[in-house]
Ligand binder design. Structure first.
Ligand code: ADP
Ligand code: MG
Length: 332
């Protein structure tokens, strides 16, 4: 149905599906050959590159609180998808947005679109299409990015002897979530500091691209380091030795009881930092990348030929951790 055949709704009248798409999600195509408004979008293939494609879905009550600020939700929905491109070393190109909405509230939609499109513009990642339907609030985005052929940072590329690195700090998103859920109560200034890590994560896109040809394996930490690093180990058929005291954490988290620090750094999800492996010979180059990006990069362990993930403390003594990372079906 051509959307141009429909008049925009009168003020106060309910928004039609097509009014909504036109008003909030249609902008002139810039890099795309054809954007929103046809049966498919068209984008040019980039010679010598692979197209990296990833979908992430956010469901109300599961991934975010139903009363979340729509601007933050718009940001987060795209940020978690861009984080997957970052983890592959891909450069964001375009995305599609599938939206299920209980109702079409223009104020809410305006805020959602503003948060999402501001982040999209910051990464030159164009909204080229999607789908809109009535239903329980759900956002499903598919991102497309470019990576030079053969240069993607894959989970199966870790090698024994590699260092394991973590970007930024881990655990603040989990610390903020625990406060929201009433698991613990943070002093107000602490909560104010860690809350943006939960609500408006920063995808490490520039880091992922800088690590092409430097790192071996990489992934983004969305479900907790232990489980996510486990994916690298499984795909690379290797093991790891991880120093739990070396895991980078914020000053706010470092003030928390030790058990909570462990839980937040090892099993907390939603930080969207990158975990990557690289040969020891790349240490200087990696330090230079961190300095250039103004992003701390911390060495936290090694890949081992024998399988299994072994945790040690700062003295090298073995330690155990009971909590596991988040799994949508195995976790409560
Ligand atoms: P079709 O029926 O051919 O699937 P639709 O009527 O669902 O097309 O959508 C019309 C156009 O609007 C398409 O170009 C589609 O990609 C786009 N679109 C629909 N929903 C969204 C959205 N939430 N964000 C961006 N584009 C959208
Ligand atoms: Mg459709």
């Amino acid at each position: 149905m051509p959307s141009s055949s429909r008049a925009a709704g009168a003020p106060g009248a309910p928004l039609s599906e097509f009014d909504l798409i036109r008003r909030f999600f249609t902008r002139p195509a810039r890099k795309a050959v054809l954007g929103v408004g046809d049966d498919c979008a068209l984008i040019e293939g980039r010679p010598g590159h692979h197209l990296a494609i990833s979908t992430d879905m956010l469901v109300s009550g599961r991934h975010f609180f139903p009363d979340v600020a729509p601007r933050a939700l718009g940001h987060k929905a795209l940020a978690v998808n861009l984080s997957d491109l970052a983890a592959m070393g891909a450069e964001p190109r375009a995305f599609t947005l599938a939206l299920a909405l209980p109702e079409a509230d223009p104020d809410w939609l305006g805020e959602l679109a503003a948060g999402m499109l501001a982040l999209a513009d910051a990464h030159g990642c164009e909204l080229i299409g999607g789908d809109t339907t009535r239903g329980p609030l759900t956002l499903s985005l598919t991102v497309l990015g470019d990576v030079p052929a053969g240069m993607a940072l894959r989970r199966d590329a870790a090698r024994p002897g590699d260092d394991i690195w973590i970007s930024g700090t881990l655990g603040d998103a989990r610390l903020a979530l625990g406060d929201c859920r009433g698991e613990w109560l943070l002093p107000e200034p602490d909560f104010t500091q860690v809350r943006p890590r939960m609500d408006t994560p920063v995808p490490r896109v520039a880091l992922g691209m800088a690590l092409r040809g430097v790192a071996h394996a990489a992934l983004d930490i969305s479900d907790g380091l232990l489980g996510d690093l486990g994916h690298i180990l499984e795909r690379s058929q290797a093991g790891a030795l991880l120093d739990v005291d070396a895991l980078p954490r914020s000053a706010v988290l470092a003030e928390q009881p030790e058990a909570r620090q462990r839980e937040c750094t090892l099993a907390g999800g939603d930080d969207y930092e990158l975990c990557f492996t690289a040969p020891a010979g790349a240490r200087e180059e990696i330090a230079a990348i961190g300095a250039r990006l103004g992003l701390p990069l911390t060495r936290v362990g090694n890949i081992t030929p024998e399988p299994g993930l072994r945790l040690v403390d700062r003295e090298g003594n073995p330690c155990t951790y009971g909590g596991s990372s988040f799994d949508h079906f195995a976790s409560p």
